[in-house]
Design a protein around this ligand. Structure first.
Ligand code: FAD
Length: 284
């Protein structure tokens, strides 16, 4: 296994994000998806962490299984919200002892309906420092092209992203549908003296309702032109909608690749088809 920055130095990276399944049916779906997508020889795979630690053990076990038993480099997501520092230290040490070398340090959000303490670490930059102090990890952070919904302004979010990326190794973006958002982010970071790799997070718009909901939650624009194309395909059924989503995600990736993006992270939602089709279109 390896540190992700070493893998990124080899050229355009292609990675897949998975979430720990909730039940046996989900486990079977994810097993099929991993089996299918591992044929693409991903640079690494990334495993999400449920809000407030709701998937604490499941995320750990999936990361360790993928990394240590499937021969793929796996990165664990970890969030500050609703955790004590001792909780986070224990999780990081557990990963270190299991041989995991890559962690995505996130601020996170409290779970819906949660009314406990907010968490001892307020921002992801504090988690980056904590991880650095506990082992020889490569550390990634999130970046928000549009920007993050809790930000007081675009400039403030760019400042905070530059600060945290300066102390981390690489960033992965929230999803976006127009390349200009990514280029604006990367330019703003460069203006602040930060040129570390920023991997583009890619979410194919394969379901109108799901994308509209996620875009609103994450602060990503769901552009009218894209909504119009997806609604126009709706009468022909879900496969036609998915085809539009795949086509537009392919165009977005091509535009980013033409400007030397270091890599793509596909948010698979544990399903292989759309990601496989985009990879086919891109020749990855
Ligand atoms: P932070 O970096 O802490 O930033 C949060 C807000 O605080 C921003 O508005 C920022 O501008 C501001 N800020 C940062 N530092 C400071 C400072 N010093 N002073 C004042 N303001 C500051 N969530 C999950 O729960 N589980 C996951 O597995 C997960 N995976 C993700 C993967 C990717 C690639 C991305 C992009 C997001 C992911 N998220 C995940 C969502 C993420 O946790 C949320 O977007 C969260 O609300 C913010 O996380 P962050 O790491 O950007 O937070």
């Amino acid at each position: 296994m390896a540190h992700i920055p070493q893998l990124l130095s080899r050229g355009l990276s292609c990675s897949f994000e998975f979430g720990p399944p909730r039940d046996e049916k989900g486990e079977a779906t994810l097993a099929r998806t991993i089996e299918e997508l591992r044929k693409r020889d991903p640079t690494y795979v990334s495993v999400t962490y449920g809000a407030g630690g709701s998937t604490r053990d499941r995320t750990h076990d999936l990361v360790v299984e993928i990394n240590n038993e499937m021969g793929l480099t796996a990165m664990a997501h970890l969030t500050c919200a609703a955790h004590t520092q001792a909780d986070l230290e224990a999780l990081i040490v557990r990963y270190r002892n299991a041989g995991i070398e890559n962690i995505l340090a996130l601020g996170g959000d409290a779970p819906v309906g949660y009314d406990g303490p907010a968490g001892e670490l307020q921002y992801s930059s504090e988690l980056v420092a904590l991880i650095r102090g506990l082992g020889d990890f490569s550390v990634g952070v999130a970046a928000h092209p549009e920007p993050h919904p809790r930000s007081i302004s675009l400039a403030a979010d760019r400042d905070h992203t530059a600060e945290k990326l300066a102390s981390a190794d690489f960033a992965i973006t929230q999803f976006f549908f127009e390349a200009r958002h990514y280029f604006d982010l990367v330019d703003a970071l460069a203006q602040r003296g930060v040129t570390k790799p920023v991997i583009a997070g890619i979410m194919p718009a394969t379901s109108i309702a799901a994308i509209a909901r996620m875009a609103q939650l994450q602060g990503s624009e769901f552009p009218e032109w894209l909504a119009a194309k997806l609604y126009a395909a709706e009468d022909q059924g879900p496969a036609a909608v998915r085809a539009v989503g795949v086509e537009e995600a392919t165009k977005l990736c091509e535009e980013l690749r033409a400007e030397s993006v270091p890599g793509f992270q596909f948010f698979t939602l544990n399903l292989a088809t759309a990601t496989r089709e985009i990879c086919d279109n891109l020749g990855i």
